[in-house]
Write a protein that binds this ligand. Structure first.
Ligand code: ADP
Length: 249
C-alpha cells in the first residue's frame, strides 16, 4: 500500500511537471517559427534569441529542481549528517550570495549570537535551503533593501530567520506557498522561477525533523523561519566543515 501511494504521488508529480513544460515549450516553438520569417528585423531577432535563452535556462532549472524534489519525495535521499557550526555556514552562504546582492543593490547581513550551539544535520542540504531562501529574499526585494540572516537557540530547537524588506506576499497566497509549482500571481511578471524551491526546502527541513514557517506583510517584507531540533548530546565537531571565521563581517 505504501509503495502504491508512493507511485501515485510520483505520477501526480510527473503530470504536474509535464503540464509546467507546456508553456516554455510552446514559447520556444513560437520563437523558432518567428525566426524563420524573413521580414524580422535584426533587433527583433536579437529579442527572440534572448527569449529562447531565458526559456531554455528556465527549462534547465525546472528539470534539476524537479529531479531534486522527486528524489526527496520518494524517500530515497539519505541525509549525510554531521555536526557543524551553523554560524560558519551562515557566513559562507552570505559570501555565496554577495555578488547577486551587490548587483541588485541589496544589503546582506548575518547576525549570530556568540556561543550559538552546533547543529547536527546534512550540511550541504541545509546550505541548499539557506541559499534558496536568501536568493528569494534578494529576488523579491526592493532597490536598496536589506536581507538579514539570523539564528538563535531556544530550549529545544534552533531557529534560523531569513528576513527581507521586500515586496511581501498577499495573505491569500500564504497557505499555498509551499505547494509544488506555486508562484504568487503578482510576482510572475517580475522574475522567472520554477515554483519548486520552497517545496524542496520544506522536504529537506521536514526530513531533518524540523519545520519551516513564513510571515509576511505586503510592502514591508517577509520572514522565513526554520526550526531545527537541537543537538541532544555533546558530539565532536565535524572538522571537515570549512571554517570561515576569518571572513566574518
Ligand atoms: P520561485 O522559483 O518561483 O522563486 P519558490 O518555490 O522559491 O519558487 O517560491 C514560490 C513563490 O513564493 C515565488 O514565486 C514568490 O512568488 C513567493 N516568494 C518566495 N519567497 C519570497 C520572498 N522572500 N518574498 C516575496 N515572495 C516570495
Amino acid at each position: 500500500a505504501i509503495e502504491n501511494a508512493r507511485l501515485f504521488q510520483q505520477s501526480d508529480l510527473i503530470s504536474e511537471f509535464v503540464h509546467e513544460l507546456r508553456t516554455p515549450l510552446s514559447s520556444l516553438s513560437t520563437a523558432t517559427y518567428l525566426l524563420l520569417r524573413p521580414e524580422m528585423s535584426q533587433e527583433q531577432r536579437d529579442q527572440i534569441i534572448n527569449n529562447i535563452h531565458n526559456e531554455t535556462m528556465r527549462l534547465n532549472a525546472l528539470a534539476s529542481s524537479f529531479l531534486d524534489l522527486a528524489r526527496l519525495e520518494s524517500g530515497r535521499v539519505q541525509f549525510r549528517k554531521s555536526v557543524f557550526s551553523l554560524a560558519d555556514l551562515m557566513y559562507e552562504c552570505k559570501d555565496v550570495m554577495s555578488s547577486k546582492a551587490i548587483e541588485d543593490n541589496i544589503q546582506l547581513r548575518v547576525e549570530s549570537p556568540e556561543g550559538l550551539p552546533l547543529l547536527e544535520a546534512d550540511r550541504d542540504k541545509i546550505k541548499q535551503v539557506l541559499l534558496n531562501l536568501l536568493s528569494n529574499a534578494v529576488k523579491y526585494n526592493r532597490p536598496n533593501g536589506t536581507v538579514m540572516l539570523r539564528a538563535e537557540a531556544k530550549e529545544n530547537e534552533m531557529v534560523i530567520y531569513i528576513q527581507d524588506t521586500g515586496i511581501g506576499i498577499p495573505d491569500e497566497a500564504l497557505p499555498h506557498l509551499f505547494q509544488k509549482f506555486y508562484r504568487v500571481r503578482e510576482h510572475e511578471a517580475r522574475t522567472s522561477g520554477t515554483g519548486l524551491g520552497l517545496s524542496i526546502c520544506k522536504q529537506i527541513i521536514h526530513g531533518h525533523g524540523g519545520r519551516i514557517e513564513v510571515r509576511s506583510k505586503i510592502g514591508v517584507g517577509t520572514v522565513f523561519m526554520i526550526y531545527m531540533p537541537r543537538l541532544s548530546t555533546t558530539v565532536p565537531r565535524d572538522d571537515n566543515a570549512p571554517a570561515k571565521k576569518a571572513n566574518r563581517k
